[in-house]
Write a protein that binds this ligand. Structure first.
Ligand code: PA5
Length: 424
């Protein structure tokens, strides 16, 4: 499903002599002895996933699709990005479906929130509020607003069949709603937000969008099978983790630019930015994760990447077989002089843009590049891809001696904001 090509990376893994470190770290992940070990539940989750819960998710999702035309997902960070990334990657930005997911609670923006609420006035909508802590302000405000609107529209008793809660087993302000009769899904306590896309956090909204969650889960299982091999020579995921580590340590590259050639993968870039940024960016260490969509951004940032300050390397995610294709037809007049492309598909053009840019950046611009090729844009490939990055991220953090699973720095903004808001 996935191929990883590190030949443009400028790194020779053999010369690093880090195979034993990788083995040790792999053991820390497997035996759950590394820093933050009480949050390593995602690593072997493929072996423990509760298929009864998956069945319930599918039944509830069927009910939601039959009774509503919209699902509002309230959540932020790890309680939002995974579902949105997979939803957009698989459905595209203009889905041919009469069921829509709308995301709220990932911003305080009054204009965004107002417009979503306005749009919902004319929709038959259900809600999935997702918060592990149950106390995240962005999510709580969104949920309060949207819940009120729903109750006004359909009444309290009906709302109980339209609001789905995903939260921690015990903690937080959402769990008590279970006693009021709202259906609740549990986010396992040993899995943190940004590693939670394969739990109900991601699975429930994705099932509502008619995404094949069985295939997505199978992709995660494929990922675990392939990428938990302690032997560096046989594990492309650890090879990638080590390569990016060496790109910073040996080549002085401080920025990893995740590149896609599909606009519907932009949220995969956002998910990656959170995964690596929040996991690795601590103790004044880590690689800054950024993302771009080519060829769009070749017309904005391409110049900098080619010839600007040499601070970055690229990790390109390229899809071999897109969901849809479009053929360029012959035009008798050829006023636009495009007949040299007549009968060619846009996938052909996109691929040549990818190959031309790779050689421009890697060979001429001296920008190190990693290439990850996805055979297809489907559930199984996405599942494998996301597991690949989670495992690579844990390996990367442990190579830096960092706990991948906390985010102490995020609290600083919250503390200041609460003070300014007058929260007791
Ligand atoms: O990865 C993380 O842990 C964070 O990004 C959280 O997911 C995010 O802050 C939202 O937290 P919560 O699910 O508690 O609302």
């Amino acid at each position: 499903m996935m191929k990883i090509d590190l030949t443009h990376s400028q790194i020779k893994l053999d010369e690093l002599h880090l195979g034993d470190n990788v083995k040790q770290i792999d053991e820390m992940i497997r035996l759950k002895t590394g820093a933050g070990n009480d949050y390593l539940g995602w690593a072997d989750y493929p072996l423990h996933i509760d298929m009864h819960e998956v069945k319930r998710i599918k039944e509830d999702a069927k009910y939601v699709r039959e009774h509503f035309d919209t699902l509002v997902v309230c959540g932020i960070g790890g309680s939002y990005l995974g579902a949105r990334a997979v939803y957009e990657a698989l459905k595209g930005l203009y889905p041919e479906d009469n069921f829509e997911i709308i995301f709220l609670g990932q911003t305080f923006s009054p204009t965004y929130t107002y417009q979503v609420l306005k749009k919902l006035e004319n929709r038959r909508f259900a809600i999935n509020v997702i918060s592990k802590s149950g106390t995240t302000t962005e999510t709580s405000i969104a949920f309060r607003l949207v819940k009120k609107l729903l109750i006004e529209k359909i009444g309290l008793e009906n709302a109980k069949k339209a609001i789905y809660i995903t939260t921690d087993k015990e903690k937080g302000l959402l769990r008590p709603l279970e006693k009021e009769g709202y259906p609740v899904y549990t986010l396992p306590s040993d899995i943190g937000g940004r590693y939670s896309v394969f739990t109900p956090v991601g699975l429930f909204p994705l099932a509502c969008a008619n995404i094949d969650i069985d295939a997505f889960i199978q992709g995660m299982k494929d990922g675990m099978e392939k990428y938990s091999n302690p032997n560096l020579k046989e594990n492309a995921c650890y090879q990638y983790a080590l390569t990016r580590f060496a790109m910073k340590e040996k080549l002085g590259k401080d920025v990893e630019l995740f590149v896609t050639y599909e606009p519907q993968f932009q949220m995969v870039g956002e998910w990656l930015k959170q995964l690596f940024g929040e996991s690795e960016g601590k103790e004044h260490k880590g690689i800054f994760p950024a993302s771009c969509c080519f060829s769009t951004d070749l017309h904005s940032l391409g110049q900098f990447i080619q010839e600007g300050t040499p601070l970055l390397f690229e990790t390109i995610i390229y899809v071999d077989n897109p969901l849809h294709d479009v053929t360029i037809e012959e035009d008798k007049l050829d006023e636009d002089q495009l007949n040299y492309l007549a009968h060619k598909n846009l996938s052909f053009v996109n691929e040549k843009a990818f190959l031309g840019t790779l050689s421009a950046h890697a060979e001429v611009g001296n920008v190190p590049c990693n290439v990850i090729k996805l055979e297809k844009m489907d559930e199984r490939s996405l599942g494998e891809l996301l597991y690949f990055f989670m495992r690579a991220c844990a390996m990367s953090c442990y190579l830096l001696n960092i706990n991948p699973f906390n985010q102490p720095g995020v609290e600083v903004y919250k503390k200041n904001m609460f003070k300014l808001l007058g929260k007791k």
